[in-house]
Write a protein that binds this ligand. Structure first.
Ligand code: KIV
Ligand code: ZN
Length: 554
């Protein structure tokens, strides 16, 4: 990198718009969406989609709810042409869905593109030419007037040549893109858009789409918003125009640029699923749409099965959705940090059905995008006691007493530290079983039977202590107290039961009881134990044995 001062790069010039309105507006409704996956997205793939993949992808876009789908550049290649024909001839385009095709401002290409869309009911014919000063200078060696003439001539030619198609029943709308709009002088962008509109003569009922692309993202999102607001305010036939956005993501702010430009007055958004597109990609429509949704605005697109969307996307594009990708990534409904896990657990428990979504750290209900609640908390050495308790409760049904969380949390952290990897819920369960449920040394319970239940409970027990069998009797005000008094007749250290909790595990005939006992030894040590049995009394006796064995092991 160049050392400071950086002279190699220049700041992006701001837009003179002191009375800009967009910063104090809020979004209230969804824009018109147009997917450009099959054109802009596809042309950016190392291995473009096959026709079969494009067909599958098209069906997916339709199912999601896109009403405008750019299907390709049919004058550019036979495959693109054939794909367009198959969509039309095999009747794959549902009523209400418009196919959009891209075309350069050249007569031969316009003619070929019109052949490609013959017979379609609803077509957006997308013409573009590049307008920025650098493109004019380096690529076209043309003056502003030449660039305007290229566009207006193409629009006039299309208007004339499309007549037979329109007469045969095709509804054809025009989209015009001054490519590299955001790098073009605003007055010139306006001039060319006005000139194109003059030729097309749109009406409020049959609007022209003026698509204003950030072909390469060079500026901050506020400047993009200023550019769009400036255009919206200067277009003379604004009521007959749909202002469309087409951001790329070179600075990583394609989503922000789109959101601010919607505030600035744009009506329509072009982009792709998960942001596939040239270089750093096109705008990710999924993110913008779900951002709207989480502010209470229905996007009009259905991402209720985002895993399926991701699966088709990854298969057809041969690209992977990043694990941290908003809404869709593998890890976005997962919290590793203990404090986050704790907050999620508490706020999830407080979430009332039907109330506005208020779960901390998770801005969208995973169920709304078909993701599972169960994967939310995963355990590694950064996890806290709350996360461990959450996994044990949500995966296995144990509602551990609060004070027990610390004990089990410490054990799990030690294991995760030692392993240096994430622990699966099964591994967490295994530690819990080993530490609490399967403990049979030094004390192992052979038999427990109450013999009398009057004002006092009497019991007979058989235990082994360090392998030696003992047959004992005890009396207490309940079965646990009777069991403790029986053990008190041995050489085992004395202890008191401090607390007791139980609940059922599972439902119906399969249901078992789980008990949690906290005891305190005569040396002042407190310790939890847990036991499971179909018999609730036996579950608590087992929990006493578990706690005692743990205390003795320490
Ligand atoms: O990024 C771009 O400018 C384009 C145009 C063809 C709209 O894809
Ligand atoms: Zn593009």
């Amino acid at each position: 990198m160049q050392s400071a001062p950086v002279t190699k790069y220049r700041p992006f010039p701001p837009v003179a718009l002191p009375d800009r309105q967009w910063p104090s507006r809020t979004l209230t409704h969804a824009p018109v969406w147009c997917s450009v996956d099959l054109r802009d997205g596809n042309q950016a793939l190392a291995q473009p989609m096959s026709v079969a993949e494009k067909l599958e992808y098209f069906d997916l876009l339709v199912r999601v709810g896109f009403k405008e789908i750019e299907v390709g550049f049919p004058s550019a290649s036979q495959i693109e042409f054939d794909f367009c024909r198959r969509l039309i001839e095999e009747n794959r385009i549902p009523a209400g869905v418009a196919i959009q095709i891209l075309c350069q401002c050249r007569e031969d290409l316009i003619t070929r593109s019109l052949e490609a869309v013959q017979g379609a009911k609803n077509v957006i014919f997308h013409l573009y030419n590049s307008t920025s000063p650098k493109q004019r200078e380096y690529v076209f060696n043309a003056q502003r007037a030449d660039i305007v003439r290229i566009a207006t001539h193409a629009v006039g030619f299309l208007k004339e040549k499309m007549q037979p198609l329109v007469a045969a029943g095709t509804k054809l709308r025009l989209e015009y893109s001054p490519e590299s709009f955001t790098s073009t002088e605003l007055e010139f962008a306006l001039e060319i858009c006005e000139a194109v509109t003059d030729v097309w003569q749109p009406t409020a009922a049959d609007k022209i789409i003026l698509n204003l692309p950030a072909t390469v993202e060079y500026a901050t999102p506020n400047i993009h918003a200023d550019q769009i607001e400036w255009m919206c305010r200067h277009l003379t036939r604004r009521a007959a125009t749909l202002v469309s956005l087409h951001t790329h993501n070179d600075r990583g702010t394609g989503v922000a640029a789109t959101e601010l430009a919607l505030l600035a007055g744009a009506d329509r958004v072009e982009g792709t699923l998960f942001g596939n597109g040239e270089r750093t990609g096109n705008l990710d429509i999924v993110t913008v749409a779900l951002n709207l949704y989480t502010h209470g605005i229905h996007p009009g697109l259905d991402f209720g099965d985002i895993n399926h969307l991701r699966e088709v996307y990854e298969r057809c594009t041969r690209l992977e959705v990043h694990p941290r990708h908003p809404y869709a990534g593998e890890l976005v409904f997962t919290a590793f940090s203990g404090s986050h896990q704790d907050a999620i657990k508490k706020s999830w428990a407080a979430q009332k059905p039907g109330a506005p979504w208020d779960v901390l750290y998770i801005p969208i209900d995973p169920a709304d995008v078909g993701r599972s609640y169960k994967a939310i908390i995963r355990i590694n050495s950064q996890s806290g006691k709350g996360g461990v308790a959450y996994v044990l409760e949500h995966e296995f049904g144990y509602q551990l007493p609060k004070l027990m969380h610390k004990e089990i949390g410490r054990l799990i952290n030690d294991l995760a530290d030692a392993k240096g990897t994430e622990l699966t819920p099964q591994e967490v369960h295994e530690v819990f079983r080993r530490e609490y449920l399967d403990r049979a040394a030094p004390v192992a319970l052979q038999r427990f039977r109450t013999t009398e239940r009057d004002s006092a409970v009497k019991c007979e027990i058989a235990v082994t202590i360090d392998g030696t069998p003992h047959a004992l009797n005890g009396t207490g005000n309940g079965p646990i107290a009777a069991f403790v008094s029986a053990l008190g007749t041995t050489a085992l250290p004395k202890f008191d039961v401090l607390s007791y909790a139980e609940h059922s595990l599972g439902t119906g005939a399969e249901a078992r009881a789980v008990s949690y006992i906290q005891l305190k030894t005569d040396r002042g040590r407190t310790c939890y134990g847990a036991g499971i049995d179909t018999n609730i009394e036996l579950a608590s006796i087992k929990a006493v044995v578990s706690a005692l064995n743990r205390a003795l092991a320490k």
